[in-house]
Design a protein around this ligand. Sequence first.
Ligand code: ADP
Ligand code: MG
Length: 625
Amino acid sequence: MAQKGTISIQAENIMPVIKRWLYSDKDIFLREIVSNACDAIAKHRVLALNGEAEPEENYRVDVVADEKEGTIKVVDNGVGMTGDEVIKYIAQVAFSGAEDFLKKYKPEQDESSGIIGHFGLGFYSAFMVSKKVVIDTLSYQDGATPVRWESDDGMTYEMSDSNRQVRGTTITLYINEEDHEFLHLYTLRQTLEKYCAFMPVEIYLSEIKPPEEKKEGEEDEKPAEPEKINEIHPLWTKKPSDCTEEEYKEFYRDVFHDFEEPLFWIHLNAEYPFNLKGILYFPKLKNEFTSNEGVIKLYNNQVFVADNIKEVIPEFLMLLKGVIDCPDLPLNVSRSFLQNDGYVRKMQAYITRKVADRLVSEFTNRREEYEKYWDDIHPFVKYGCIRDDKFFDKVKPALIIKTVGGKGKTISEYVADNCDADKEEKTIYYSSDEKRQAHLIEMYTSQGKDVAIFDTLIDNNFLSFMEYSQFDKDMKLRFMRVDAGVDGLTDDVQADEDARKSLEEKFRKALGNEELTVELKSFKTDSVPAMITVEEQSRRFADISKTWGSRGFEMPVKRTLALNSRHPLIAHLQKNNSDELDEMICRQIDDLAEMARSPLESGRMVAFLERSNQLLTRLVENNQN
Ligand code: ADP
Ligand code: MG
């Protein structure tokens, strides 16, 4: 009683496209076939619970490779299908799914953006790797007879009786020559682990051994030593109160293969307003550059969809590692649709809020620990602030400034301890290199001021962001590197403009630099004669362009030589002296000021050393006279 049929008139146009276009993610066929098997079991479970089907103790899916025969079988003991159902669900419904799918995602227009995990293609993805697909199925329904459906091309099919004895479905894929790799146990295991590691029904992998390895009397079709592939109750599906710290850590190791312990984690467990579960881990940083490679795995009802879907998960969270399971996501749509989808946006906002809440609670309840984590989490937090206003708003009180000496302060604490309460503008002095800027730092700390440390790649952007954003409506934040100016080190006393002018002249002449700008200020200390300052904004800009831009081109930075009117050398230069000695002093002062910021380049260093020796010699000679 064989029965033939054509699946759809359009099938002829569509199958070749499916095969060609989905080439890159071919391996999803396995997810689709195995998840169908799990779905069929889930349906049976519900029927059994309602007393509409025989109870089953041992639900399972077997994936069996037979390299010799060239087949992969996916066997389940789910609901099975009657002959009518096969025609309806496989030939009509399933195919219309594939048809809709292709209508929406014409390869020409949407190829590069792709569809997330190619959801919605379903059963027909089997034809991406198969020259023939056979279904043997026996429905759970009373009086059902087993049926066989087979198709060589996904366009026409034949139906006949099957010899299947037990309830459920076996899908047999006759794998194309060119897709032979999927028959190897290793590839098959990898693919199953990628997509099926957390599917909700036990999945076993085995292979049929070639005859020579077979023992006498062993049955042909029996899978040899099946190995279990998945964990049917992944940690994220459990109640947070039922999970132990060790379980969270173990899950982290297993899923992300990171043997460094995570710092802390957030277990998302919402049913309302979204059905959303997951665990987000804050990883320990290795170094500033590699740390940016987090992984967020997206699942749909325990079925893996894809890694790092930036349309679904707020981009800055990609620095974390975690799993998110979102059964209600409309995944059979294009990425551009997801980007503009209200549901997705709300979900992102929810995740963002949860992460911010957690950071604030860590800060409030375990400040000491939190400050220790800060070195690892700060790039993430700062990036989040820049990218997301709401996140910034929430997390503001938990932003830490590390200061020289190791103490951490919140922005408000820093301001309260260091800034003039009467001024609206609050200046935060910072260092970008504690060792190199030690001398400058000391000028601040010796006055009892805290110097902040901002020494990572993201800081230039973060500081500009903080200045521009409204951290607090009653104050304006300004960040100044310790070499950015001398306002924090000087009295408000106005210096004499004539004196400044004549010193500027003197220095310009001595240094052979007509562009030089000289400032004359009364420093609170008389230990240094001068400091070179580089204007903050232009320097930051130059730093950013140095990091990201092309080499060889240097952005101009505005430099000033700030002289300390309280220093005896500067006082000396203001008198009429021997030109020759003054010139040496000017150069020496300029070199020393430069050295306080960065090492001298070699020619200048040689001149400096020679001059230093000359000056010492002169000193001794003068003393002898
Ligand atoms: P979807 O899973 O989204 O419904 P598919 O193309 O994957 O679409 O499958 C189409 C239909 O075929 C399923 O809805 C189901 O009715 C039927 N089906 C597929 N595989 C099985 C199976 N192993 N057991 C029972 N029914 C199945
Ligand atoms: Mg399916």
